[in-house]
Design a protein around this ligand. Sequence first.
Ligand SMILES: C[S@@+](CC[C@H](N)C(=O)[O-])C[C@H]1O[C@@H](n2cnc3c(N)ncnc32)[C@H](O)[C@@H]1O
Length: 498
Amino acid sequence: MFIRNVPITSLSSHPLNNEIYNGNMEIDDLSENIKRVGLLEPLVVIPSKKQKSYYVISGNRRLKALISLGFKKVDVKQVKLEENDIPYYIVSYNRTRLKKATTLLREIDILEKYYYTSKEFQNGKIDLGTNAELIRGDKRKVISKKIGVAEGQISKLKTIRKIRPDLLDKIDNDEISIRQAYILCERQLQEDQSISINHIKGKKSNSGGRFNIFCKSSVDMREIPDGKINAIISSPVFYGQNMRTYSKNPNELGKEKKVEDYISNVCDIMNECYRVLSKRGVMFVHLGDTYDKNGSLLNVPHRVVVEMMKRKSFILRNTIIVKKVNPIPNSVETRLSTSYEFVFFLTKSNDYHFNHIRIKSKTQNKGTSAPFHRGEQSGYSPYISDGKKNIQDFLDTEMTDIIYTSVANQIKSKKQFNLLHPCPFPEGLRRTLLALITPNLTPRNTIKKMSDFHLLDPFMGVAGLLFDGYSLGMSVWGYDTNSNYTKSVIKEFNRISK
Ligand SMILES: C[S@@+](CC[C@H](N)C(=O)[O-])C[C@H]1O[C@@H](n2cnc3c(N)ncnc32)[C@H](O)[C@@H]1O
């Protein structure tokens, strides 16, 4: 039934509408449109409890726009609805609206309640109202159709709310996608299922032969004798990146309140690295910077390396820039996106092995006899990430201190290692570094066979680096506090070493 010229003051949003869409009612474009062409669709209303007053069921944004434009009267269409069906109609009328994740979840909740009531009706308890769709399809399918969102997205959103509700705001603000948030939740679930206190306390989980993996903090690597290790390549947890959570431990490295405490904790581990590194050993430490809450960079990587050198007599041979060729665009528009991180190249003396590959051009060098081809297992080169690439695709031909790499591909790494990790070593980076220090097995070298070369990653994660080293014939050592990673890594080493 049409009613002409209803005073705008007699109209109000239905309370349920406010509950679901509050905070999601931008009207600038709509007001502009109504100003130009008038109101094309009448508002749909039901009588409210007060006399001659109405609740708007469809057209709440239009109502807000009309009020802002100073309209006094408006035509409306009054409909009859069963009380039970109101939620269903409110959501249906808003099907085409652009919605934030939190709004979608409120719609899903409302519809689930509605359809639950419908189900109860099937058991003879409550009035079904006008809708019997559920009899034809299952609840999630019907809701997905109703709100215009794929079933998979609905289940992802519900998982995110359950596991990491803190990420919903980030999705609403376009800082991360539903898919990225869901990946973080999957990882959290994996961790929840597998972190056992015993492991975290640091039981030795495996040792012997060419792979030695420990589930414990590398602040104490007593399993490794002094000076045993020939090369350390590692990426410690970066400071304060709260999207990357590796465990439920509130005292986990990287979660320190003060950056000074983080620097001190990392350097305690670096002291242990110094102890286990041989005199002719080499070490690469990969670190990225963090912004504080005032939006200022903290200079964490350099502060760590300065502290390391204060504590121990490391020699800093290079500060290498790791340039991401496909940096993640950031949502902040008042500064440039961050596109690089650092790798510090440190040694204990000036007498160490380093493959300086003097190259005239990329093409000339392709397929030359690189030293690491002479590993015990032939046919493998750490240069090559996909059978096509060469070290010069990552380092430039002049062997300068910039390494070009793609952002680590979590999905690819998951396929490779059957485990999600928030920041596995990018393949190009780990293989380039390994290529630079893999020993040349010449008679003059003190390392006579590859298994005498000991490679350590004190923050191994899914251990891409160690698997590379192992394939070259090296003996590898890895530490991680997360038993989820160590268990999988041990399983994989057991499989490939058979
Ligand atoms: C940046 S990730 C390194 C990822 C690794 N490079 C890879 O390719 O998967 C840091 C790792 O250090 C681990 N970790 C955190 N605190 C640690 C500690 N005190 N000792 C050993 N590992 C630690 C985390 O669980 C995480 O897997």
